[in-house]
Design a protein around this ligand. Structure first.
Ligand code: FCB
Length: 452
């Protein structure tokens, strides 16, 4: 099994960027070293039974200490780019000034990547809000949006020269809805009105940061990363089609429409006004919808929806025989292609990057080998889905596999493995899985094809 594309694919030309992705809290560990402040995820992990096995991020992949080895790993995979995030509580102190030790950590990493000729895609917020800001209301407090703008200003001034692409936020849906509406992620609140207000303040923070980024990093690309799953109806019944529409509206359109069109989905005003953010000040939507250079999309799976009288929709399993991953997500590359093609019809999109795509497998290390055939197939099928979308006219410029290595999978702790590289959490030994080798061979081959 290998990863392959048609010989004439645009995705084999050198301008198409391939990378691997990680996020600070999921790999760094060292969460109270060198002046790093507490984050909402540190606090969430301390509450019993919020995270599987009560795992926490105190060690994770020990990347804070092993970053040099990890950059060699990235290099050995032959990728063009690395997507990482900066931990806000590591680089900004309680008084709002920079923490030089935290800044130094990222400066070293970014310098090493530059020296290795690897492009850097940096996300400013991958869910690790400083706890002291949560204590004042977190993303329910409009002030936090201004704090994000200040953090952006300070850190981009320091790191401007090292970074090719800046994303303000990773997946506002997860940060706001899983965190403040469904209670699955930190800080663990559970009201629609909280989730939607938090989402508005996150989008506002994105918009407030844009002019700062334009000024501080004029040569870099600037954008945001959204996650999207493709929604389907559980049956052809009209009420299930309604459920599909509501799921699509609440999960996807709620985030992309304000960015692209400066409004929340109008349908919510009539059908589900409780999902419209209560506090939108004049001018907010203009701030949110300023132009961006790229939109990052993270895709993993699709979902099926049945009408539900009190929830608008309920999530059900596909009635067809389909394959699921170790985290229970349906494998649906066709849905990925459909999603991309639809979005391109719905909006006048900026260039897209697939900033995350990958799969959790029940990987085992046997005699030094991790034989993750399912992941190779997944990557092959999804890379080809991207290729089909490009053929259908969607402007996609890059693809990042999630993830470089196994890591702290949020509420699932260390129980779910998404890496191209296997982590033995006892010894911190890294082993490239068969999928990592397949990705590397695919990238090597691409260079050969190009050189011919
Ligand atoms: C995405 C997150 C990423 C990782 C993958 C599996 O929602 O952005 O951090 O956890 O899911």
């Amino acid at each position: 099994m290998s990863i392959k594309l048609p010989q004439d694919s645009h995705m084999l030309t050198p301008s198409f960027i391939y990378g691997v992705a990680t996020a600070a809290f999921q790999i760094e560990g060292a969460n109270n070293i060198d002046g790093r402040l507490e984050s909402i995820w540190d606090r969430f992990c301390q509450q019993p039974n919020k995270v599987k096995n009560n795992d926490d991020g105190s060690i994770a992949c020990d990347h804070y200490n092993l970053w040099q080895e990890d950059i060699q790993l990235i290099q050995s995979l032959g990728v063009d780019a690395y997507r990482l995030s900066i931990s806000w509580p590591r680089v900004i102190q309680q008084d709002g000034t920079l923490n030089p030790l935290g800044v130094r950590f990222y400066e070293q990493i970014l310098t090493a990547l530059r020296n290795a000729n690897i492009k850097t895609f940096v996300t400013l917020y991958h869910w690790d809000l400083p706890q002291h800001l949560e204590d004042k209301g977190g993303w329910l407090n409009r002030e936090t949006s201004y704090k994000f703008r200040d953090y952006t200003h300070l850190i981009t001034t320091e790191l401007a020269e090292y970074v090719d692409s800046w994303a303000t936020f990773n997946e506002p849906f997860c940060a706001a809805i899983l965190g403040y509406e469904l209670g699955i992620h930190a800080p663990g609140l559970t009201e629609p009105k909280y989730g939607r207000q938090a989402a508005h303040h996150i989008l506002l923070a994105h918009g407030l940061a844009l002019p700062i980024l334009r000024q501080n990093v004029p040569n870099a690309q600037i954008g945001i990363v959204l996650n999207m799953n493709k929604s389907y109806a559980a049956s052809a019944k009209a009420e299930d089609l309604f459920a599909e529409l509501m799921r699509e509206t609440l999960d996807n359109q709620f985030f992309i429409e304000p960015l692209m069109k400066g409004q929340y989905p109008q349908i919510l005003n009539t059908v589900a006004p409780e999902y419209v953010p209560a506090m939108i000040l004049e001018g907010d939507m203009e701030i949110i919808s300023q132009p961006i250079d790229f939109l990052g999309l993270n895709y993993y799976t699709c979902n099926h929806n049945k009408f539900h009288t009190s929830n608008l929709f309920s999530n059900v399993k596909n009635t067809q025989e389909v394959e699921y991953t170790d985290i229970g997500w349906e494998i649906a590359p066709h849905a990925f292609e459909e999603l991309l093609v639809n979005l391109n019809k719905q909006y006048d999109l900026p260039p897209l990057y697939i900033t995350e795509n990958g799969v959790a497998c029940a990987d085992t290390l046997i005699n030094g080998v991790v034989d993750d055939e399912q992941r190779i197939r997944y990557l092959h099928d999804h890379i080809n889905a991207v290729n089909n979308a490009i053929d259908a006219g969607v402007d996609i410029r890059g693809y990042f596999a999630w993830s470089l290595m196994d890591n702290f999978e949020w509420a699932e702790g260390y129980s779910k493995r998404f890496g191209l590289v296997y982590i033995d959490y006892q010894t911190q030994k890294r082993t490239i899985k068969r999928s990592g080798k397949a990705y590397r061979d695919f990238l090597l081959n691409r260079n050969h094809i190009h050189q011919q």
